[in-house]
Every structure is written in C-alpha cells, then in structure tokens.
Design a protein around this ligand. Structure first.
Ligand code: KIV
Ligand code: ZN
Length: 497
C-alpha cells in the first residue's frame, strides 16, 4: 500500500512569531519561554520564537528560549539582510526562517524591486547564514500567488547555496487543497518542504493536509490558530485531524493540547473561540435531547473524538433542547431518582427556563427537582447584608454579614473591583465551614442600556464538587452576590448531607 505521507511529518510552531502578529497581542520574554516550554513538552519539532531584528525584547526572548535547553530547534525569523542574520546569531538561535517575497505583487508593490534583485538578496543571505552555522529554512512569501517557475528558480538556487529546507507560504489564504496537490510535488522534490497556510477563507487546515499529502514534510501552525487577520492553521486541530482522519501517529502528546491552548489564550488574552475544534468551550458539550441521550449510551454517537484524548471532559448542559435522559443522569449524580411522571415535570420546568432564554444552572436543576419532589431543604447560609465601597480614590472594599448554620459571621475584603471584593468577602465569611473556590465568572447584559438586567453565572467548587449557579438583577454586584450565595448554599448543603 502507498504511504499517505512522504515521510515523518514535522511540526513548525509559529505561535510566538506569526501568532504574536495577531493584532493586539504582545508577549514578553518570560511569557514566550513559558509557552515554548509547553510546546517542547507537547512535542513540536521547531519553535519560531520571533524576529531578533524587531526589538530588544524579541532578542531577549529568543536568547532566553535558546538558553533553556529545550529539545525543539529554536528558530528566528529573518529578512534577507545580513543585519537580521547577525541578530539571529547573537540571540543563540539554531536556525533562521529566511523569508523573501516571491509574487510579483509583493516584489513590485511592497519591495519596489524586481525578481533578479530578490534572487540576489536571497542567495547572498542563504550563504551568509550558512557561513554562520545556522540551519536555513528559505521561505517564499505569497508563493500561492507567484509565478511557480520563479518560485522553483529561487528554491533550487537556494538549495544549491546550502538552504536546508524550503517553505511555501499561502500568505493570504488563497490556496485550495486541489491547487496544493499540483503545486507542491515539484517543489518538494528539491528539498524538505514546509507548508504555511493562513485561514482567510477557512481552508488553512484542509490545504495544509493536502500539501502534506502532496509531499510537504513539515507543517507550520499556531496554537489556537492565532495569526494575522483570520489566523494560521490551528495546531491542535491539525494534529487531531492527522491522527483521527488519516490514522497518522503524530508523536504529539495530545492529552496536553487543551492545557496548551488554555495557556496561550491566557497569556495572549485572546479568548478561545467558543466553537473552535478541540479547544472551544463547546467542542465537547451537548445539550439537545437526542444528542445527550446518544452520548450517554455511547459517546461516539455524537463525538468525533473522546475528550480525554485532548485533555478535556464531556459536559451535558440543560436547556430547552434537553431530553429526559440527560436530566435523569444529572439528577442521579446528585442522588435523586424521580419516578417517570415527576421526571417529566422536572424536564418541563427546565425547558420552560430555557424558553425564557436562560442558562439552566446546577442550582436551578436542584431547586426545580426539590420543588417537584417536595423535598424541604432549609438554606445552610443566608445573606444578612453586604456593603461595597468603590470609587476613583478608593480601593474597592466589601463587607458581608451572613448566617451560616444559625451563626452570624461578618467579613471584609478588598479586591480588584467591587465584584471581586464582594466575592472575596463572601468566601472569607464561609471559611470556617469550607474552602470554596470560584472557577468561572460569566456576565451577560440581557437588554441594552445602563439599566439592563444583568445575568451572572458562576462556577464554584468545594472538595472536588462543582456547581453552577446564577443571579439576575439590574445591579451587577447584587447579581454576583446572589449567584455566589446560591452556589455556596448548594455546595455546603451537599457537604452536610
Ligand atoms: O504568511 C506569511 O507569508 C508569513 C511569512 C512572513 C513567512 O508569515
Ligand atoms: Zn504567515
């Protein structure tokens, strides 16, 4: 049988260079090192840390990563200029990603030069870098819109002068998988070839895979698909597509993929797209009755991958699409086993909440179940008062008084803002009965305007148990306090019983 790929596929991670070019993103040296360590741990082959010529901070970052003794090749982006290559050498990089424009559009409009000048610059730069002991990946920028005879001339000449690898850049995401199948083979015959795709029309992953099938042996990618405009090929999706769809063992530690995505999202401050493959919040979440029912019987009915494979867990949300199987399973986890008519009533009330456009939290589910099952549950905790002081000249400070198991406690705390202070004061006031952790805080304004109803959802945990709860008020602090008190009540009650 013919092998699907030409050889071992390698991963060139450009999160710290092309990913950092996402508008608004800037990473310091320590942050780049933290991400680089994780990339190394996950198993990428090359890490492009940045451009040494760009700034002192970039040089510090490349030096820091190069000195960390990580196993991947540490690469520095350079233009075909001796000064850039000197900076790369000074920074301790193993290799350079040497980029020259190859389309006439870029050569004439951007560079204001001609093809001969580009060839001369590129060849001189390859020789200059090789004389300094660097591994050279010679990249043709905008190759998908270039005259392919010129790309081949540049690449062949570059290899003659010592380039170790070549890279075909689909700079604005206009290459199709079908064209990649035609354009890649002659270039891949010259030297090991990388493919670098952008996602302007949503084709980056498909085109990257097509290029790999056509003979490219290294894929450029970024974590979470970060990058200019619509971004680059997303690393985590590419790895899982190769593993799952093509049965190719990438050697990447896939169980660490979600942790990597979360780290990059936290440090770049670019939130994960809710529905992104692999790492999006909803990628392993089910709500509709038919899907949840199927997944509860056999997860593969509605899941492309087991979530554990990428370091995630499955979630079943309740809402207007929920069916009785999901509700029954959620209640069973809490020790409730309603008979069929009562279960049907609980489902009806959950759907009614969903119909009002509300997220159905765990606290809602339990409140509904207890009402339908006529279970009397006195709250463990009740709020007596809260006071918050905030302003341009004041450190946000909150005090709360709550009654826990019949005893009154008053606590105070400061915070980054009034909500933060109020939640911290609440946490302190229950410290005597348990350590409660706030895992997530989410706020929606239900209508526009400054008098909008604010819907706050929180996720909290105690001793490994998790709960979601909600508060809805026109005042964001009161809504937050209400959500936290409701969740605490549930967590403390679960501990009591
Ligand atoms: O997309 C691109 O063409 C690039 C090059 C600068 C390598 O990122
Ligand atoms: Zn790019």
């Amino acid at each position: 049988m013919r092998a699907l790929f030409a050889g071992r596929l390698r991963f060139f991670d450009t999160t710290l260079r092309d990913g950092e070019q996402t508008p608004g993103v800037s990473l310091g040296p320590d942050q780049k090192l933290e991400i680089a360590r994780m990339l190394a741990d996950v198993g990428v082959d090359v890490i492009e840390v940045g451009s040494a010529a760009a700034s002192e901070g970039e040089r510090d970052a490349i030096r820091l990563v190069a000195d960390a003794g990580l196993s991947p090749e540490i690469c520095c982006y350079v233009r075909a200029l001796p000064v850039d290559i000197d900076w790369a050498v000074d920074s301790g990089a193993d290799s350079v990603h040497l980029v020259v424009p190859v389309s006439d559009l870029h050569i004439e409009k951007k560079l204001r030069k001609d093809r001969d000048a580009v060839l001369r610059m590129a060849f001189d730069a390859v020789e200059y870098a090789k004389e300094r002991g660097l591994v050279v990946e010679l990249s043709g920028e905008d190759a998908s819109r270039a005259d392919q005879a010129f790309v081949a001339e540049l690449f062949a000449g570059g290899v003659e002068r010592g380039a170790d690898r070549l890279c075909f850049c689909d700079t604005v995401g206009l290459l199709t998988p079908e064209r990649a199948t035609v354009l890649i083979p002659p270039l891949a015959a010259l030297a090991p070839l990388s493919i670098h795709c952008h996602d302007d029309l949503g084709f980056a992953l498909a085109t990257t895979v097509a290029a790999l099938k056509a003979g490219a042996t290294m894929a450029h990618a970024t974590v979470n698909g970060l990058g200019e405009r619509a971004g680059n090929t997303a690393f985590e999706a590419l790895v899982m597509a190769l593993e799952r769809l093509y049965g190719y063992h990438t050697g990447i530690r896939t169980q660490r993929l979600y942790a990597l995505s979360a780290l990059v999202s936290r440090l770049t401050k670019v939130p994960l797209a809710t529905q992104a493959p692999v790492s999006g919040e909803m990628a392993f979440t089910h709500e509709s009755g038919i899907h949840a029912h199927g997944v509860l019987r056999d997860a593969s009915t509605y899941e492309a991958l087991p979530p554990e494979l990428v370091g995630r867990t499955r979630r079943i949300l309740l809402g207007k699409h929920t069916g009785s199987a999901a509700v029954e399973a959620a209640l069973a986890e809490r020790g409730y086993h309603p008979d069929p008519p009562r279960l049907a009533e609980i489902v009806r009330r959950i759907k009614a909440l969903g119909d009002e456009g509300k997220r159905v939290t765990d606290a809602d589910l339990l409140a509904i179940a207890e009402a339908v099952l006529a279970i009397e549950c006195a709250p463990v905790l009740s709020l007596r008062q809260y006071t918050v002081v905030s302003g341009s000249n004041a450190i946000p400070t909150a005090s709360v008084t709550i009654r826990v198991n019949g005893e009154e406690h008053t606590s105070a705390a400061t915070g980054k803002g009034p909500v933060d202070a109020a939640i911290e004061a609440l946490r302190r006031s229950v410290a005597g009965v348990g350590e409660i952790e706030l895992l997530e805080y989410h706020v929606d304004a239900i209508s526009g305007g400054t008098d909008a109803l604010v819907d706050v959802t929180v996720k909290m945990a105690k001793d490994g148990k998790m709960i979601t709860s909600r508060g809805a008020r026109t005042d964001i602090i009161t809504a937050s306090v209400e959500a936290v008190v409701a969740g605490m009540n549930r967590l403390l009650r679960d501990t009591d019983t």
